[in-house]
Design a protein around this ligand. Structure first.
Ligand code: ADP
Ligand SMILES: Nc1ccn([C@@H]2O[C@H](COP(=O)(O)O)[C@@H](O)[C@H]2O)c(=O)n1
Ligand code: MG
Length: 472
């Protein structure tokens, strides 16, 4: 194979994720200065030559199917050799930190970390030069930077959320390197052994091995260590699934994001989506949130005998439940709740209000025995939190314990979460996405417009959505 390991590694990342980057690119996203892109999770993978860094990275990527991942190889940032240096290539130390354009790598990684697209050079191990075309890397959820010296420079290390060192026996590495470089990098055994003894081994001892102390995780045996790779993938999932606000308010639960969920959000947030599609995908998301929310109810263990005469140890559903929907958009969630909880009673609350203050209770119809039930409170959009606080205060005044309320929601603004969770710390909020902010009209950004208008088809005749001044 002609291409270098660097290009291989990079293109592996692209092979897995290219279509994703392109679709991301083609979305014609209108940049909104108020919306800060989410910071990606940045992983650094270092280790000696042929320790299995690229192999480990590809194993991690293959397990992160629901995330957008980009793999960048430090090799891409090797300085190209000029004619003079090419003549004496056998005297060149490719394992010294100065062999890399670290300033360029740092600037690219800083840009990717800020959520910007960058162009990464394409390095050819046969000609020892950067070649065309360079590779465009679009913003991602996870960035992996791998290479022998990625833990060497403190500025690069500081960008990383997780630092890994792949630790493989040096004899194993040498034999793999001979094999790889003769097959893939156009070298002969004498070259490989000579380079190894003169530069690779001494630089490993002087620069690479000392960087091991900065690693959070050391993986002995590289790609053979399935347990370590599973644990790393689990940790990444946990970190990505956890919004900062979930750490502040442990009762805020964001359902685990998959490409399916993002796809549904993309559709319902798109201003061009038809009413029919909006309802279809909003219903799918609502159903997921409802199912997730029900999982937070208390349960009792129960054993049953199956038709094979065996014992199945299970649980029984909690039955004293009711729903309460906030008119009008909360009513869109009632069907999903009815479909999941047979015969559930659903009450209603109508709150009216303008601007930041002055919410007024207009109408309420709640089950008489609501105080003895767990309440699933239905409202798809949490913006300032003013309406929700009003409605939940009403439930508390009816004797519902705060800890018996589960708020089921599709999108929540941080402002609403702060307001609600500070006021009702025992209430549980289950949502499918936390958005960036509220604008000056108290509308969620990026948001999805007026949910009720889009769901019930009461937007303007020309198909545009009313720019309501009545925030939720
Ligand atoms: N666990 C393993 N068992 C056998 N061969 C391996 C293993 N891990 C890597 N290799 C092989 O060793 C060579 C170097 O691995 P690679 O992942 O490219 O290392 P690095 O990126 O650290 O240089 C490759 O040819 C690869 O296929
Ligand atoms: N023109 C080059 C550039 C680098 N190398 C060697 O590659 C090794 C790093 O790649 P790994 O995939 O093994 O991490 C490094 O040890 C350099 O010696 C080269 O031979 N020629
Ligand atoms: Mg490699």
């Amino acid at each position: 194979m002609d291409s270098s390991a660097s290009v291989d590694a990079l293109s592996n990342g692209f092979k897995n994720h290219l279509s994703l980057y392109q679709s991301h690119n083609n979305n014609n996203v209108v940049s909104n200065p108020r919306v800060k892109p989410k910071q990606p999770f940045f992983i650094g993978v270092a280790g000696g030559t042929a320790s299995g860094k690229t192999t480990v990275c590809n194993m991690i990527i293959s397990q992160l199917r629901d995330q957008r991942v980009v793999l960048v190889n430090q090799d891409s940032f090797y300085h190209s050799l000029n004619a003079e240096k090419l003549k004496r290539v056998h005297e060149y130390n490719f394992d010294h930190p100065e062999a890399f354009d670290t300033e360029h790598m740092l600037s690219c990684m800083e840009q990717i970390k800020r959520g910007q697209a960058v162009t990464i050079p394409n390095y050819d191990f046969k000609t020892h030069q950067s070649i065309e075309p360079a590779c465009k890397v679009n913003p991602s959820d996870i960035i992996i930077l791998e290479g022998i010296l990625v833990l060497h420079d403190p500025r690069v290390r500081d960008l990383m959320n997780m630092k890994i060192f792949v630790d493989t026996d040096s004899d194993v590495r040498l034999s793999r390197r001979i094999q790889r470089d003769t097959v893939e990098r156009g070298r002969n055994i004498e070259n490989v052994l000579d380079q190894y003894a003169r530069f690779v081994k001494p630089s490993f001892e002087e620069f690479i091995l000392p960087s091991k102390k900065y690693a959070d995780i050391i993986i002995p045996r590289g790609g053979d260590n399935d347990v370590a790779i599973d644990l790393i993938v689990q940790h990444i999932h946990t970190k990505l699934g956890q919004h900062e606000l979930c750490k502040i308010y442990p009762n805020v639960v964001v359902i685990f994001s998959t490409f399916q969920i993002r796809g549904m959000h993309t559709l319902i947030r798109d201003a061009k989506t038809t009413k029919h599609d909006f309802v279809f995908y909003a219903d799918r998301l609502i159903r997921l949130v409802v199912e997730h929310g029900l999982g937070h109810l208390p349960f009792k263990e129960k054993q049953v005998i199956t038709p094979t005469g065996s014992v199945y140890s299970g649980v029984v559903f909690y039955k004293r439940l009711c729903g309460v929907s906030v008119i009008r958009s909360g009513e869109s969630m009632e069907n999903a709740l009815r479909a999941c909880v047979k015969g559930i009673k659903i009450g209603k609350i109508l709150i009216h209000g303008e601007g930041n203050n002055g919410r007024e209770l207009i109408y309420e119809k709640l089950p008489k025995d609501i105080s003895s039930r767990h309440v699933l409170f239905l409202d798809p959009v949490l913006a300032s939190g003013n309406s929700a606080i009003n409605a939940i205060s009403l439930l508390l005044s009816k004797g519902v314990p705060e800890s018996n309320i589960i708020f089921l929601n599709l999108i929540a603004a941080p402002d609403g979460i702060h307001a609600l969770c500070k006021r009702f710390p025992k209430l549980k909020l289950v949502t499918s996405e936390i958005d960036e902010s509220l604008n000056e009209d108290l509308r969620v950004i990026p948001g999805m417009g007026e949910f009720g208008d889009r769901y019930f088809g009461t937007d303007n005749e020309d198909g545009t959505i009313s720019n309501s001044t009545t925030p939720k």
